[in-house]
Design a protein around this ligand. Sequence first.
Ligand code: SF4
Ligand code: SF4
Length: 487
Amino acid sequence: MALSQHIPDVQERRFDLLRVPMLGRFLKQKHARTLLQIPVFIVAVVMVLHGIFGPQISPKNLSTVLTWVHFRGVLILVLLVAGNFFCMACPFMLVRNAGRRLFKPRWNWPRALRNKWGGILLFAGVLFAYENFSLWSRPLWTAWLTAGYFGIALLVDGLFEHATFCKYLCPIGQFNFIASTVSPLEVAVRDHGVCDRCQTKDCIRGRRAAGPGAEKFVILQRGCETALFQPRKEGNVDCTFCLDCVHACPHDNVGILSREPVAELSSNALRSGIGRFSRRVDLAALAVFFVFSALMNALGMVAPVYSMEKWLGSVLRTEWQPLLLGLVFVAVIVLLPAVLLLPAAAVSSRVSARNWREMLLRYSYSLVPVGFGMWLSHYSFHFLTGLLTVIPVTQSALNDIGIYAFGDPMWTLMGLPLRWVQPLQMGALVMGFAGSLIVSWRLAEEDAEDRVAAIFAPWAAVDVVLLVIAVWLMLQPMDMRATLMAG
Ligand code: SF4
Ligand code: SF4
């Protein structure tokens, strides 16, 4: 029996963004992605130029304000209410596609590296650099980081075929893949019966035509570059929302469909291009990293961590910042997960038929919603409290190049007051916590129908600990980074 026959044919009743009048028609155009990428690319170029040539004061520079206040906030909010639309509009891929017109990649990414470890390392590197070099306060460095990102994407995908950079390396991509497991939309087939009868499977193979002269064929439309075969794709992991499969499918059978957020985290189905969650140590590590790096990123902004670094410095008799910060990173991203997750896996495995390693791998994904709540709470704090700062910075940048039509910079514009933002932050944390409880309960139900509560309890305890730390963190006075209220 074909795998897709197991799946109930309920897609027709799901909301489909591609069937929304006007918007759906726009997204289904072949060049829709490029049209979305161009404005984002223009903004990125302006940010880089302002970072290099503009004032080196972070709250007055578009490079720092847009990167650290607005971009991160918009990214996480869009993931919450829709899906991975940043990857869809990704400016790095616009440059890469242009580059591939000149240089055709010749190699395949080495098999040993086809996993998430490289992405986790780069993700950790960016977070470490952000804290260690105070990137939020350095327009020039932020500009070079953005420019470097374009360069690396171009280089990797110039040498290696398919979407190597997106699938295995890009830190933003890895963040989006994990975070979009809580999103309410996914790219999915509308009717599995149509896929069962389909002869060509163009959604994965792409559409080709005979080529002129020596060329064997020309590609009319790419298939999925991250190797997700639509009928066997489940969820959002590794999906860049590029819509290549939508354009390739000759039966108009792929949509952007609604689904139950977080549900995919409790599924251990065999997924195209991914395999089973429970067999992917690297993916489980990415999920855990996603959660604890949210803590680290927020911890870096509060006074107790500065005191901790000072204390460590006095014990080790050193003031070398990379070492002290590195130790805090190891404590939060390696030791804390080990202290929390290993006992939970050991205790729950005693009740279930699975060993502790299996429990650890499967339940690691249950933490993603609580981690998402932390990122959401943190980034929406910066975004909402600094919402309007983009206006005076843009006015100032325009004034610098002789355009005065928009007036003098209104530096007093900020954003929402903290008393409005804090309840929203708490709401985000509680929502994430609830999501994690739901996922671990569902996993426990699968593991042992009669001992659900006993398996669930240790993982719920981990969620509670994470929630308490996160609430404490969000109640600390935070640096207003890259705004004029910066500490
Ligand atoms: S090309 Fe379309 S109909 Fe065929 S398998 Fe892919 S999504 Fe299904
Ligand atoms: S082609 Fe692949 S990555 Fe692109 S939207 Fe379809 S499934 Fe997602």
